[in-house]
Design a protein around this ligand. Structure first.
Ligand code: SF4
Length: 218
Protein backbone atom coordinates (compact mmCIF):
# COMPACT_ATOMS: atom_id res chain seq x y z
CA UNK A 1 0.00 0.00 0.00
CA UNK A 2 1.60 3.29 -0.97
CA UNK A 3 2.17 5.81 1.78
CA UNK A 4 0.41 9.14 1.58
CA UNK A 5 3.66 10.94 2.29
CA UNK A 6 7.23 9.98 1.48
CA UNK A 7 8.91 8.56 4.59
CA UNK A 8 11.54 10.78 6.10
CA UNK A 9 14.98 9.45 5.19
CA UNK A 10 16.95 11.38 7.75
CA UNK A 11 15.58 11.39 11.26
CA UNK A 12 16.43 14.57 13.05
CA UNK A 13 13.50 14.99 15.40
CA UNK A 14 10.71 12.98 16.93
CA UNK A 15 8.35 14.88 14.63
CA UNK A 16 9.87 12.91 11.73
CA UNK A 17 8.99 9.67 13.48
CA UNK A 18 5.50 10.90 14.35
CA UNK A 19 4.89 11.81 10.72
CA UNK A 20 6.06 8.41 9.55
CA UNK A 21 4.01 6.52 12.12
CA UNK A 22 0.91 8.52 11.16
CA UNK A 23 1.45 7.70 7.49
CA UNK A 24 1.87 4.01 8.23
CA UNK A 25 -1.19 3.73 10.40
CA UNK A 26 -3.35 5.77 8.01
CA UNK A 27 -2.20 3.69 5.03
CA UNK A 28 -2.87 0.48 6.92
CA UNK A 29 -6.35 1.67 7.85
CA UNK A 30 -7.07 2.59 4.26
CA UNK A 31 -5.83 -0.81 3.16
CA UNK A 32 -8.09 -2.55 5.68
CA UNK A 33 -11.12 -0.58 4.59
CA UNK A 34 -10.63 -1.26 0.90
CA UNK A 35 -9.34 -4.83 1.04
CA UNK A 36 -11.49 -7.90 0.68
CA UNK A 37 -10.33 -9.15 4.05
CA UNK A 38 -13.84 -8.98 5.46
CA UNK A 39 -13.11 -6.05 7.75
CA UNK A 40 -16.15 -3.86 7.47
CA UNK A 41 -15.49 -0.76 9.50
CA UNK A 42 -18.64 0.18 11.40
CA UNK A 43 -17.28 3.51 12.69
CA UNK A 44 -19.20 6.42 11.24
CA UNK A 45 -18.79 10.20 11.14
CA UNK A 46 -20.32 11.86 14.20
CA UNK A 47 -20.23 8.67 16.24
CA UNK A 48 -18.32 10.09 19.18
CA UNK A 49 -18.57 7.28 21.71
CA UNK A 50 -14.84 6.53 21.77
CA UNK A 51 -14.11 10.25 22.15
CA UNK A 52 -15.08 9.92 25.83
CA UNK A 53 -12.19 7.61 26.66
CA UNK A 54 -8.90 8.53 28.30
CA UNK A 55 -6.59 9.02 25.32
CA UNK A 56 -2.86 8.48 25.89
CA UNK A 57 -0.56 10.88 24.03
CA UNK A 58 3.18 11.43 23.83
CA UNK A 59 5.09 14.74 23.71
CA UNK A 60 5.32 15.00 19.89
CA UNK A 61 1.62 14.27 19.49
CA UNK A 62 0.74 16.85 22.11
CA UNK A 63 2.76 19.54 20.42
CA UNK A 64 1.33 18.66 17.04
CA UNK A 65 -2.21 18.97 18.43
CA UNK A 66 -1.32 22.24 20.15
CA UNK A 67 0.00 23.57 16.80
CA UNK A 68 -3.20 22.48 15.05
CA UNK A 69 -5.26 24.38 17.63
CA UNK A 70 -3.05 27.47 17.22
CA UNK A 71 -3.77 27.44 13.48
CA UNK A 72 -7.54 27.36 13.90
CA UNK A 73 -9.53 30.41 12.92
CA UNK A 74 -11.45 32.38 15.49
CA UNK A 75 -13.93 31.94 17.04
CA UNK A 76 -13.30 28.17 16.75
CA UNK A 77 -9.89 28.37 18.40
CA UNK A 78 -11.19 30.27 21.37
CA UNK A 79 -14.11 27.88 21.74
CA UNK A 80 -11.79 24.84 21.65
CA UNK A 81 -9.45 26.36 24.22
CA UNK A 82 -12.36 27.16 26.51
CA UNK A 83 -13.64 23.61 26.16
CA UNK A 84 -10.18 22.23 27.02
CA UNK A 85 -10.08 24.32 30.19
CA UNK A 86 -13.63 23.27 31.06
CA UNK A 87 -13.00 19.57 30.47
CA UNK A 88 -9.74 19.69 32.46
CA UNK A 89 -11.53 21.39 35.36
CA UNK A 90 -14.31 18.80 35.21
CA UNK A 91 -11.79 15.96 35.28
CA UNK A 92 -9.96 17.47 38.22
CA UNK A 93 -13.24 17.87 40.10
CA UNK A 94 -13.91 14.18 39.48
CA UNK A 95 -10.54 13.31 40.99
CA UNK A 96 -8.57 12.78 37.78
CA UNK A 97 -5.47 14.87 38.28
CA UNK A 98 -2.82 12.97 36.33
CA UNK A 99 -1.25 14.63 33.34
CA UNK A 100 0.97 11.57 33.09
CA UNK A 101 -0.11 7.95 32.81
CA UNK A 102 3.44 6.65 33.03
CA UNK A 103 3.32 6.03 36.77
CA UNK A 104 0.05 4.09 36.63
CA UNK A 105 0.89 0.43 37.08
CA UNK A 106 -0.05 -1.57 33.99
CA UNK A 107 -2.34 -3.72 36.16
CA UNK A 108 -4.31 -0.61 37.18
CA UNK A 109 -4.57 1.07 33.79
CA UNK A 110 -7.76 -0.76 32.88
CA UNK A 111 -9.42 0.35 36.12
CA UNK A 112 -8.36 3.95 35.49
CA UNK A 113 -9.66 3.74 31.91
CA UNK A 114 -12.99 2.27 33.04
CA UNK A 115 -13.47 4.85 35.73
CA UNK A 116 -12.55 7.67 33.35
CA UNK A 117 -14.96 6.43 30.67
CA UNK A 118 -17.78 6.04 33.19
CA UNK A 119 -17.76 9.81 33.74
CA UNK A 120 -18.42 10.52 30.04
CA UNK A 121 -16.25 13.62 29.80
CA UNK A 122 -16.35 14.48 26.11
CA UNK A 123 -13.08 15.25 24.34
CA UNK A 124 -12.98 19.05 23.99
CA UNK A 125 -11.49 18.68 20.53
CA UNK A 126 -14.81 17.50 19.15
CA UNK A 127 -16.45 20.23 17.10
CA UNK A 128 -20.03 19.51 16.02
CA UNK A 129 -19.38 15.81 16.46
CA UNK A 130 -16.22 15.79 14.35
CA UNK A 131 -12.57 15.75 15.45
CA UNK A 132 -11.29 19.30 14.97
CA UNK A 133 -7.64 18.16 14.82
CA UNK A 134 -8.19 15.20 12.51
CA UNK A 135 -4.80 15.33 10.77
CA UNK A 136 -3.02 15.64 14.12
CA UNK A 137 -5.24 13.33 16.16
CA UNK A 138 -3.40 10.94 18.48
CA UNK A 139 -2.25 7.53 17.30
CA UNK A 140 -4.63 5.94 19.81
CA UNK A 141 -7.56 7.65 18.04
CA UNK A 142 -6.27 6.80 14.57
CA UNK A 143 -6.12 3.09 15.24
CA UNK A 144 -9.45 2.75 17.07
CA UNK A 145 -11.83 1.00 14.67
CA UNK A 146 -14.60 -1.52 15.23
CA UNK A 147 -16.55 -3.82 12.97
CA UNK A 148 -19.32 -4.40 15.53
CA UNK A 149 -22.38 -2.22 16.05
CA UNK A 150 -21.00 1.17 17.23
CA UNK A 151 -23.65 1.38 19.96
CA UNK A 152 -21.86 -1.48 21.74
CA UNK A 153 -18.85 0.81 22.27
CA UNK A 154 -20.74 2.59 25.05
CA UNK A 155 -19.42 -0.15 27.34
CA UNK A 156 -15.71 -0.85 27.56
CA UNK A 157 -16.57 -4.26 28.96
CA UNK A 158 -18.92 -5.46 26.23
CA UNK A 159 -17.31 -8.70 25.01
CA UNK A 160 -19.14 -8.47 21.70
CA UNK A 161 -17.28 -5.33 20.64
CA UNK A 162 -15.02 -6.36 17.78
CA UNK A 163 -11.94 -4.19 17.40
CA UNK A 164 -10.21 -4.17 14.03
CA UNK A 165 -6.55 -4.72 14.69
CA UNK A 166 -4.14 -3.06 12.33
CA UNK A 167 -1.70 -5.54 10.89
CA UNK A 168 1.29 -3.36 11.62
CA UNK A 169 2.20 -2.95 15.23
CA UNK A 170 2.76 0.75 14.69
CA UNK A 171 1.01 1.98 17.80
CA UNK A 172 3.08 -0.20 20.13
CA UNK A 173 6.32 0.77 18.42
CA UNK A 174 5.43 4.42 18.40
CA UNK A 175 4.35 4.40 22.05
CA UNK A 176 7.68 2.88 23.04
CA UNK A 177 9.46 5.52 21.01
CA UNK A 178 7.53 8.42 22.56
CA UNK A 179 8.14 7.02 26.03
CA UNK A 180 11.83 7.68 25.42
CA UNK A 181 11.07 11.38 25.10
CA UNK A 182 8.90 12.02 28.11
CA UNK A 183 5.78 10.90 29.86
CA UNK A 184 2.81 9.67 27.98
CA UNK A 185 -0.03 11.88 29.10
CA UNK A 186 -3.79 11.77 29.25
CA UNK A 187 -4.90 14.03 26.40
CA UNK A 188 -7.13 16.61 28.09
CA UNK A 189 -5.01 17.25 31.17
CA UNK A 190 -1.72 17.02 29.29
CA UNK A 191 -2.84 19.58 26.68
CA UNK A 192 -2.55 22.24 29.33
CA UNK A 193 1.18 21.47 29.51
CA UNK A 194 1.82 21.26 25.78
CA UNK A 195 3.31 24.76 25.65
CA UNK A 196 6.14 23.53 27.87
CA UNK A 197 7.32 20.95 25.35
CA UNK A 198 10.48 22.16 23.56
CA UNK A 199 10.06 23.31 19.95
CA UNK A 200 12.45 20.64 18.75
CA UNK A 201 12.90 17.24 20.30
CA UNK A 202 15.95 15.61 18.74
CA UNK A 203 16.27 11.89 18.23
CA UNK A 204 18.96 11.32 20.76
CA UNK A 205 20.28 7.79 20.64
CA UNK A 206 20.51 4.58 18.73
CA UNK A 207 17.73 2.81 20.57
CA UNK A 208 15.33 5.49 19.41
CA UNK A 209 16.45 5.43 15.80
CA UNK A 210 16.15 1.64 16.11
CA UNK A 211 12.41 2.09 16.57
CA UNK A 212 12.41 4.27 13.48
CA UNK A 213 14.07 1.52 11.48
CA UNK A 214 11.57 -0.96 12.84
CA UNK A 215 8.74 1.28 11.69
CA UNK A 216 10.21 1.83 8.25
CA UNK A 217 10.73 -1.90 7.80
CA UNK A 218 7.05 -2.68 8.33
S1 SF4 B 1 -8.57 13.83 19.54
FE1 SF4 B 1 -10.24 13.75 18.04
S2 SF4 B 1 -10.58 11.54 17.63
FE2 SF4 B 1 -9.36 11.70 19.51
S3 SF4 B 1 -10.81 11.64 21.22
FE3 SF4 B 1 -10.49 13.82 20.71
S4 SF4 B 1 -12.07 14.36 19.21
FE4 SF4 B 1 -11.99 12.11 19.32
Amino acid sequence: MPLTRTPTKTVTSIDDVLSLAQDLIDADQQDLMTSAAGNTVACRARCTVCCHQAVPVGPAELRSIRDAIAEMEEPTRNAVERRIEGAAAELRSLGFTRTSLSDVASTQREDVAQSYFANRVMCPLLEDGVCSVRDARPMACREYLVSSDPSKCSSLEDPTVVRIRLRRDVLDNYTKFEAGHGDNGSLILALALADQIPASLPVADQSQTGIFRQLTAM
